[in-house]
Design a protein around this ligand. Structure first.
Ligand SMILES: Cc1ncc(COP(=O)(O)O)c(C=O)c1O
Length: 771
């Protein structure tokens, strides 16, 4: 922690802004990264952020995304990141190093172990992009115990109240995100920056603020350095590395940093301490720089030390004194308007408490957790917007007029959807079942809704909320295309601009739905990143949402994402379970004994299950996509085969490897091809309120065929998983018992996929049919 404070103090003494530089560990190769860190310092960088790569970096633009992907393909692990710092320290790196990344890999490594190992490797602190302050308080406490720093992020949308809290967490510096959106080296700086900095300085208590996002040139550096104590450069470093001739990346970064700072630090330049870039001397002790300077791994090399070379002052002129910024004629001297003491005051827990009691009370409107699952693990830029959404949704829920308006669209949606007994499917089950076994199967026909699936229930409800909030534009992600179609439909109905993000692989698999979306007047953006499926579409939609929060609402299509989305989606989808309850009472005079639904993100399941969740006699069975089988790595059965973690803003079960990287998924059905799941379902799994099983691709085809041939209903491939699971369950139930399958969608969209897959899957299940 001290190393970072020293670096800022030194820059202040020299009457200049500190340069904070970012690179991704393992990019362009693991071996070169330590050289890049040394190159940064040699070129005048004061503080280094080492990005720990993550598969799903929702706050990063294309440049850093690609660097993350390349680093992961190079085999970069959390341990490699720590080794890079250790290596660089051995070779004389004295600048403080912060690990910057996303929460899930840290969780997977283990927080305590990470703090111990990071300290031992010579790391000085952490920046976690998606750790909300409420949790950061706890993590920061642990960091402090190890003498490590925790750097909070502040965004232009951060309210004053949150700013106070975030500033109170800061112990070395505050990272100010200069504009709404993802990382990237842009041509222009945000015009509201001076005002943002003014607000930050009001609460920062003299703690330095470093501004990042969009800085790439010397002019930017000087301009921002005139109003902030530090300037962060990231994407442009990655661009420099990408463009450098092979093996010359570290030198190119050194030169780039020098053009920014107009300073050099020859004491650590690999070129001047006997190294050539890319080579270590093995024991790391025989060159000119004493490792004693970093004996404690605290990057305190700037503090004079009898063994270490004293830092040399190279520049004769202070560059920040050259052209004064128009917005600040003080030539780089930052004046703080007011100071909120963070030093010896009350503990952070008390401060959190005080925030909620001194000002207007801000109780959680809607519970954000389902047991340990749920929450809001998102970049700071989104936090206030999510707060507004929660408030807007809560107001709407309490307003009878809102529900009247929602119900006024029932004829448009074809609600209520019908429910009836599946006579021939029931007979089929009884043929195979033991004597006295074989439940009566009923079908809840969400496939008959306008647009052909349950997705319209949620899309319409959220569009109405968006209108109440004054939003004019809608964005959404889609996998199977059904949510995209439903969203494009309601946008056409309400005259709202609509953009749908869809993985490039799903665009191919669900071509018919892509064209339907376009026919409805919406724009489809293919996401050609990662696995090119639903998960990448969610990543991209989240990135784009941040850029235009004022005008745009993101209609998330499943019961996933940060609070309050899982609750919003569940509320609108609960129409399924509520109608089922009434309809089963009318038809059979009692509640069903079991309800069954397929599970992708979990919206049709939670919508069916939630109204029955307090009726213990009703079994809840969710059927996930088992792909090629749970014993392979080609499936999407998150609850059956995953572990708790954090993805897309929520703590829930996810499919991940030992490093906390999200693993690739597979399912024959695009709508279930997702490595996360709604947090409420995760809660029900852990409390055993619901049971979750998986059906393989081949088993889904059996379900698909059964319903088509026995009931004259071609179901969606997603739904076919539930049919298979329901048939298996029904065989174990008594003939007097009843079971309802949530028929979440119709299969028109899948006819082509089924025809394509039949030559492979058909022989496995004895279905000899060709297109
Ligand atoms: C027909 C159908 N059923 C189910 C799903 C899975 O989504 P969820 O688990 O959110 O219901 C989809 C997703 O696209 C779908 O189109």
């Amino acid at each position: 922690m001290d190393g970072i404070k020293q670096a800022f103090a030194r820059a202040k003494r020299e009457n200049r802004a500190a340069l904070v530089t970012y690179t991704t560990a393992g990019y362009p190769t693991i071996e070169q990264t330590a050289d890049v860190l040394l190159g940064m310092e040699a070129g005048g960088s004061d503080v280094i952020e080492l990005g720990t790569p993550f598969t799903d970096p929702i706050a990063d633009g294309p440049t850093i995304q690609k660097a993350n992907t390349i680093a992961l393909n190079n085999g970069t692990t959390t341990t490699s990141c720590l080794n890079i710092v250790r290596d660089a320290r051995k070779r004389g790196l004295r600048a403080p190093v912060l690990l910057m990344g996303y929460y899930n890999p840290l969780l997977a490594y283990g927080e305590e172990k990470m703090l111990q190992d990071a300290k031992a490797a010579g790391v000085n602190g952490f920046i976690m992009v998606d750790l909300p302050p409420e949790e950061a308080v706890r993590f920061r406490g642990h960091c402090t115990a190890y003498g490590l720093s925790y750097v909070p992020l502040i965004a232009p949308a951060t309210s004053e109240k949150r700013m106070k809290l975030l500033c109170s967490i800061a112990d070395s510096f505050i990272y100010v995100v200069s504009r709404m959106g993802v990382t990237g080296a842009s041509g222009a700086l945000s015009s509201g920056l001076p005002q943002l900095l003014e607000r930050v300085h009001k609460f920062s208590g003299g703690i330095p603020a470093a501004v990042g996002f969009g800085v790439s040139t010397r002019e930017h550096f000087v301009e921002v350095g005139a109003i902030a104590e530090g300037v962060v450069i990231g994407s442009q470093i990655i661009n420099t590395l990408r463009e450098a001739p092979s093996g010359q990346g570290a030198k190119a970064v050194e030169e780039y940093c020098h053009t920014i700072t107009q300073r050099r630090n020859p004491a650590v330049s690999p070129a001047t301490n006997g190294h050539t870039n890319g080579h270590t001397n093995g024991n790391g002790t025989s060159h000119g720089i004493s490792t004693d300077a970093n004996r404690n791994g605290d990057g305190s090399g700037w503090i004079s030390n009898e063994h270490a070379e004293a830092p040399k002052e190279i520049s004769t002129e202070d560059p920040t004194k050259q052209p004064a910024s128009k917005s600040n004629p003080n030539n780089g001297t930052v004046h703080v308007d007011a100071v909120v003491s963070g030093g010896d005051g009350p503990g952070l827990a008390d401060q959190l408490d005080a925030l909620n009691t001194q000002d207007e009370k801000d109780p959680e409107l809607i519970p954000s957790r389902f047991g340990e699952f749920g929450g809001q693990y998102v970049p700071e830029s989104l936090m206030d917007c999510l707060g507004q959404l929660e408030k807007g949704f809560d107001d709407a829920c309490k307003d009878p007029k809102f529900w009247e308006e929602y119900r006024s669209f029932y004829p448009y949606m074809s609600r209520p959807s019908s429910l009836h007994r599946a006579d021939r499917l029931t007979e089929h089950v009884r043929k195979d079942a033991a004597k006295g076994k074989g439940a009566n199967i009923y079908l809840k026909r969400e496939d008959l809704n306008h647009t052909g699936s349950h997705k319209i229930n949620n899309a319409l409800g959220q569009a109405l909320i968006a209108r109440r909030l004054g939003k004019t534009e809608i964005i959404a992600e889609t996998g199977a295309g059904q949510h995209g179609v439903a969203t494009a439909t309601v946008c056409a109905r309400f005259g709202m601009k609509c953009t749908i993000y869809m993985g490039a692989e799903d665009v191919r698999r669900q071509a018919l739905n892509v064209f339907r979306i376009k026919l409805l007047g919406a724009t489809v953006v293919a996401v050609d990143a990662g696995t090119k499926t639903l998960r990448d579409a969610v990543n991209e939609a989240m990135r784009k949402w941040v850029e235009k929060l004022d005008t745009t609402h993101y209609i998330i299509g499943s019961a996933i994402g940060p609070h309050p989305f899982p609750t919003i989606v569940r509320t609108f989808q609960s129409v399924i379970g509520n109608e089922t309850k009434t309809q089963m009472q009318e038809l059979t005079g009692r509640l069903p004994d079991a309800v069954v639904a397929c599970v992708g993100g979990g919206s049709n399941a939670v919508g069916m299950f939630y109204p029955f969740s307090a009726d213990p006699s009703v079994k809840l069975l969710g059927v996930e996509a088992g792909g090629d089988g749970l014993d392979t790595d080609r499936h999407s059965a998150t609850l059956s085969g995953g572990k708790p973690g954090v993805l897309h803003g929520v703590r829930t079960y996810i499919l991940q490897n030992a490093e906390g990287q999200i693993t690739d998924t597979h399912s024959v059905s695009a709508g279930l091809d997702y490595p996360g799941v709604g947090p409420e379902l995760s809660g029900w799994k852990d409390s055993s309120r619901a049971k979750f099983i998986a059906a393989t691709d081949a088993e889904a085809f059996i379900g698909f065929r059964l319903l088509s041939e026995l009931e004259g209903i071609i179901p969606a491939l997603e739904t076919s998983h539930a049919i298979f699971g329901a048939v298996e369950l029904a065989k174990t139930m008594g003939v007097d018992e009843t079971l309802v399958i949530n028929l979440s969608g119709r299969g028109d969209k899948d006819v082509q996929s089924v025809a394509e897959e039949l030559p492979t899957i058909g022989p496995k299940i004895g279905w000899d049919l060709r297109f």
